[in-house]
Each structure stands twice: as C-alpha cells, then as structure tokens.
Design a protein around this ligand. Structure first.
Ligand code: MG
Length: 218
C-alpha cells in the first residue's frame, strides 16, 4: 500500500468533498419518523465544516438545537466515477469517526418549507473528524462496532453491519452522479440516539475500543 494512504492524522485538502449519508440505520430513520429509503440519501458539507485534532466545537449563535450524529467516516484513496459495487472496496483503505453536527431547528424549518438544508448541516465546524485508521488494522473490517459517550454516558452505539446501505453500495451510488476523488470523505450515516449538545459537554467517540474523538463543546 502506498505511504500516501496512511497520512495520519487526517490531511485536509482544499476542494475535498464531504459526502454525508442520511437515514442509513433503520432505528434512526424511525426516531426521526422517516420511512426507510429505497436508495441512499446523500448531501454534502463544505471543507470549511471540518474540525480536526479534537479541537473544541464552538456552539453557533444561530441555533438552539445542535444535535450530535456519530458516524463512521471513510476516506477515498483514488478518483472514480460509475464505480461498480464489486470494485468499490478498492476505493478506501481507511476509516475513522466523525460527528455530523446538525442544527435540528434550522433543518426542521428548511424541510417544512421544502428548502435545501445546507445552513443546518454545512455550517463552519459542523464536521469534527478523527484521525483515520487503516482498515487492515481492525479486528474485523466487515463488522465495526462504534459508540459515542456524552459526558461519560453512552448515547449512541452501533455496528457497521447495521447499515441499510453498505459502504460499497454508497460509493457506487454517489459515483453515478458525482466523481469521487482521492481525499474525499464519506460520512456513512448515524445510528439511533441522536440528541442535543450544550456548552460544556464532553464527547468521546470510540471505534471498537479505540477512542478517536475526544473534545468539548464551548
Ligand atoms: Mg448524519
């Protein structure tokens, strides 16, 4: 494997894309009263949403309902479009954790009015991302447990096996519409247990037993 794939911690490139999958865990779709999707639902965040190295998240003044969504995040290692599912696994070798911070109050009002929801999902610092771990270093890359502790209490806990659409299916679907490039990230959807954060909260995200996210809301 070329050394470029193992650049830990995460390197941020300009013009990298961040794809985020919505409703990829049945329990979470139910908790937000959504029907199960027939195809992956995705949206994007700009590179300015990224926070690295466990820097604090500063609560934005435009929302009163910022919610955490813990997600497995993969990093693309080559460019591609119209990627066939059987080759999709060759497009990523690293995985980490991210929080898809969501201004739920803004999102609800965007949805109610039939508007795009970028202000609710793509704002500055809305995407804290951990360092990346090579998939080959995991005990079982086909079944990856992960969880989020909020102030020491586990609030979200799941496993990659619970995804409605697998990572390979997601890559195939996205690349039908948009060329993916080396360095792009995919947030693969959040499991149930999303909830509000407030100033002073401590978030700790675990990939298996490894703590990858550890930061405060300020
Ligand atoms: Mg999400």
């Amino acid at each position: 494997m070329p050394a470029v794939l193992l650049n830990i911690p995460l390197n941020i490139k300009h013009n990298m894309k961040i794809f985020c999958i919505g409703r990829n865990y049945a329990e979470h779709a139910r908790e937000l009263n959504h029907p199960l999707p027939a195809a992956p639902v995705f949206f994007m965040k700009p590179d300015t949403s990224i926070v690295i190295r466990n820097r604090p998240f500063f609560y934005p003044e435009f929302s009163n309902d910022i919610q955490h969504e813990l997600e497995l995040v993969i990093k693309l290692c080559k460019n591609g479009k119209h990627i066939q599912e059987k080759f999709a696994h060759t497009y990523y070798h690293e995985i980490g954790l991210g929080i898809d911070f969501t201004a739920r109050d803004l999102q609800q009002s965007c949805k109610k009015n039939g508007l795009p929801w970028e202000i609710a999902k793509g704002f500055d610092q809305s995407a804290p991302v951990s360092k990346m771990i090579p998939l080959k270093d995991l005990e079982n890359p086909k079944a990856i447990p992960f969880h989020l502790d909020l102030n020491g209490k586990t609030v979200q806990e799941s496993n990659s096996t619970e995804m409605i659409f697998s990572i390979d299916k997601i890559i195939t679907y996205i690349s039908k519409f948009i060329t993916v490039k080396m360095g792009d990230l995919i947030f693969t959807g959040t499991p149930a247990g999303v909830g509000q954060v407030k100033i002073g909260d401590h978030l700790e995200g675990y990939l298996g037993q490894k703590k990858l996210l550890d930061f405060y809301v300020k």
